[in-house]
Design a protein around this ligand. Structure first.
Ligand code: ZN
Length: 824
């Protein structure tokens, strides 16, 4: 790479500049990318082109460097802020503005371009320096960039906001033997979608529907690599499906993806350079139905983003959920086609309701649309509300508007805003061009713009009719318009069932039940969204008879409704655990059984040691005998990570020693080893050494060597490791840091581990600043979820009381993850 500015230095005089005169232009200079800055620049910058050269040295200790030639149209006034998050010494002291050499000044993460060098019209900036490592994800023999939401500015100077789309061209200078992949698109994309991956990768291409699809991967296991044709098939299916639904051909030139080990997310939708995490793409030898579905969903989700997010992009990251909701919405529809044998209504309820409720019932709940004043806070907007409540909302909006009307509206929206940006409110406006009498606006005002969910209950009235009421938990008088089912069951025979569809468009509606003294069961098919109160007559009906219901949706709804009534305090943990274990014994639907396994695992953590021993024994037996392999697999996995009864731990040790279960993958045995090493402290070194000897690749060994240190029973060592996690450089590979934090806070390590709570919470804001976007939530979950003691509860409550100034989105994440501790 050439240092052109330095060569020019010999021939051109440096323009002198009084530093004190620098202004941020029309907008105040502050760290990050503020909404005000983004709005101002979006108005005054256009026709943006980035031409980048990036040089990656052989030595990982040396910095990656860049040379950038940036062109744009400008019609604003004052100085202009160009985003760069780094230190001045990373940059040459001089940069070129329209052919003139200018002293480079970096202030609060912005390079200030003085007004006097800017033209109204075309401008050209040349700047070079060293890239920060933060978003480069550098490894010995590969790297990949992940810029969402605002990390491009840590690698090269840019206008790092979603509504300034640019055309990118990239030259890479790489170590010998490396290959690379980047977007290569003629179409404008925002900085958060620009990406490159380089290193030692295998490359495989395939043709589907006349289109070339390409995979980059590091996996060496031939059984896993043999799954690539399935991945190509599913990508092709997703592309076909999206082209048909939107009536818009694939909007970018090429379709290629990289499968990455230890990737931070499930995937990321860089057009032409999609990232997937390896363990959701390459499955073990006996993948469960859940894993197969998750893989298709991931591929379909990222592919749907090519239209929703990449072709049309949100104006600002407060609407980031719109692209996520449509990616999920489309992925659910695509899965219907790929797995016709699956009950997709059930799969949808299962995929979204438990997780949406798990956040929405907590004090950390928030509206789907949240305000965002600076992009450096954007990561905190992501979570269950965006990923799971929003799809439920979208399906209810589809019911409200009608499927054909919605499709028509979405096609118009994609056409109108192609290669541009649009907000949720602009989409709502387009939708209300069609069937305006079913107002998307009114629906959105409650479902999208307000937090929380209704508590729905029913009371009999004197005249034998029922009054079904919905209550706003925050007393704002809101009503959530939706349809849901109410069933009427005979207490003696739940199979004798009649049900009605209710349209809840008011705070209270009157329902006339069938004759014969039947018990009303609200939300009997599970697609109602809220907390549905079961009265004392309905609980035994669901508990005793519901498991014999032939309709899977009814049985699934019973699981959700019973679990929610546990959270409401209407049924005790030990009683519900008994009901669920009994139900699991008889359950032959894999989707229902999978949720039962999850709920059983949760409830096991909430009962006393004696009850737990009984429960673990029943579950261990079922793990050998259940008719469904996926149930045996889930139970084995759950027990191997959580069991505390000595004889069950001994059984798991035998299983791990012999590696005799065909249901478990090598990764399961590695995680099992961590738990065993903690539960059998006198044997921990032997367990860790044995497990290490089984690992095949250097990537696996590096991860294991990092994480397994937390198995050491010496509490001084544990405390030191926790101290290391407080240093950002030790959290560089986030999945490793998360795994270690989880082990250090294993439930059996209370009360010693309580000492991590306060420093772990104190580090939260710094964790957010230095980590990737999901990391603060993970950090809190890994720190808190192993704790149930009154002492831990007190510590967390006091910490929350002492920190009212914590930014709202971060406080919400904390309140959500501290749910069990705050519930005490
Ligand atoms: Zn997504």
């Amino acid at each position: 790479m050439k240092r052109i500015v330095n060569l020019l230095a010999k021939v051109l005089p440096v323009a002198m500049l009084a530093l004190g005169s620098l202004q941020g232009g029309a907008v105040e200079i502050e760290k990050g990318v503020s909404l005000a800055l983004a709005q101002y620049r979006a108005l005054h910058i256009s026709d943006l082109r980035y031409s980048l050269s990036i040089m990656v040295p052989d030595d990982i200790a040396k910095p990656v460097s860049f040379y950038e030639d940036l062109r744009f149209n400008w019609n604003g006034s004052g100085d202009l802020q160009l985003d760069f998050q780094g230190n001045e010494d990373q940059l040459d002291g001089i940069f070129m503005v329209n052919g003139k050499r200018v002293n480079l000044v970096l202030r609060d993460e912005h390079i200030i371009i003085p007004e006097r060098y800017l033209n109204v019209g075309q401008n050209r900036i040349i700047v070079e320096g060293d890239c920060g490592d933060k978003a480069l994800n550098r490894h010995e023999d590969y790297l990949y960039t992940l810029f969402v939401p605002d990390h491009a500015r840590s690698v090269f100077p840019c206008f790092d906001q979603p509504d300034l789309k640019g055309r990118f061209s990239l030259d890479l200078e790489l170590p010998e033997g490396w290959v690379s992949l980047t977007n290569d698109t003629e179409h404008p994309i925002p900085t958060y979608l620009f990406s490159f991956t380089a290193g030692k990768f295998q490359v495989q291409s395939a043709t589907r529907d006349g289109r070339e699809l390409t995979a980059f991967y590091r996996e060496t296991d031939p059984l896993k690599v043999a799954q690539l044709p399935t991945v190509f098939d599913q990508a092709a299916l997703s592309l076909r499906w999206m082209e048909q639904y939107t009536a818009i051909p694939y909007p970018f030139e090429k379709y290629a993806f990289v499968v990455l080990p230890g990737y931070q997310f499930g995937g990321m939708e860089h057009p032409g350079c999609i990232h997937f995490t390896d363990h959701e793409i390459f499955l073990g030898p006996n993948p469960s139905p859940d894993e197969l579905m998750t893989r298709l969903n991931l591929i379909a989700h990222e592919t749907a983003h090519m239209w929703f997010g990449d072709l049309v992009t949100m104006r600002w990251f407060d609407d980031v959920w719109t692209k996520e909701v449509f990616a999920n919405f489309m992925a659910d529809k695509i899965a219907r086609e790929q797995f016709p044998e699956v009950d997709h209504d059930l799969a949808f309820v299962k995929a979204h309701y438990p997780q949406a409720l798990s956040t929405d019932r907590t004090l950390g709940s928030h509206a789907i649309q949240q305000p965002l004043y600076n992009l450096n806070q954007a990561g905190l907007l992501y979570g269950n509300i965006i990923y799971h409540k929003a799809p439920i909302m979208m399906r209810k909006l589809e019911q409200e508007k009608g499927a054909i009307t919605l499709k028509r509206g979405l096609r118009t929206y994609l056409m109108n805003y192609s290669y541009g940006n649009a907000s949720w409110d602009e989409l709502v406006e387009v939708l209300d061009l069609f069937e305006p009498e079913h107002s998307a606006r009114a629906f959105s005002d409650v479902w999208v713009k307000q937090r929380g969910l209704p508590t729905v209950s029913c009371q009999s009235r004197g005249d034998s009719s029922l009054l079904v009421t919905q209550e706003d938990p925050y007393h704002r008088g809101l009503t959530w318009t939706q349809s849901l089912d109410i069933a009427f069951a005979s207490p003696s025979d739940a199979a004798k069932l009649s049900s009605q569809r209710l349209y809840m468009d008011a705070a209270a509606i009157v329902v006339t039940p069938p004759a014969g003294g039947r018990v009303p069961v609200l939300n009997s098919t599970g697609d109602g969204y809220g907390r549905f109160v079961l009265d004392s007559a309905a609980i035994p009906v669901l508990a005793e008879s519901w498991k014999t219901m032939p309709d899977a949706l009814h049985r699934y709804a019973a699981v959700i409704n019973l679990m929610e009534n546990f959270h409401l305090g209407n049924i005790e943990a030990d009683r519900l655990l008994d009901i669920f274990i009994t139900q699991l014994q008889h359950e032959h639907d894999a989707l229902i059984a999978s949720t039962l396994c999850t709920d059983i695992n949760t409830l096991c953590g909430l009962i006393d040691a004696y009850q737990r021993e009984q429960a673990e024994r029943r579950l261990w037996d079922m793990a050998q005998e259940h008719e469904l392999p996926s149930v045996r697999q889930s139970l084995l996995r759950n027990l191997s990570l959580t069991a505390t009864s000595p004889d069950i731990v001994a059984g798991i040790h035998d299983l791990w020693s012999s590696m005799s279960s065909p249901l478990l993958a090598p990764r399961d045995y590695a995680r099992m080893a961590y738990h065993l090493a903690i539960m059998m402290p006198d044997q921990w070194q032997h367990i860790v050494a044995t497990q290490r000897g089984r690992l095949v690749t250097d990537d696996e060994r590096r991860e294991f060597d990092f994480v397994s240190r937390a198995c050491n029973p010496d509490v001084e060592v544990q405390a030191r490791l926790f101290g290391e996690l407080l240093q950002p450089q030790n959290r560089r590979v986030e999945p490793w840091a998360r795994a270690m934090l989880t082990l250090l806070n294993d439930p059996v390590r209370e009360p010693f581990s309580n000492r991590y709570l306060v420093p772990g919470l104190d580090a939260l804001e710094e964790v957010q600043r230095t980590g990737d976007i999901f990391f603060p939530g993970y950090w809190l979950s890994n720190l808190l979820s192993g704790h149930r003691s009154p002492e831990a509860s007190e510590m967390v409550k006091s910490w929350i009381e002492a920190h009212p100034e914590l930014p709202t989105p971060l406080m919400n994440k904390l309140l959500e993850n501290a749910y069990w501790l705050l519930r005490r």
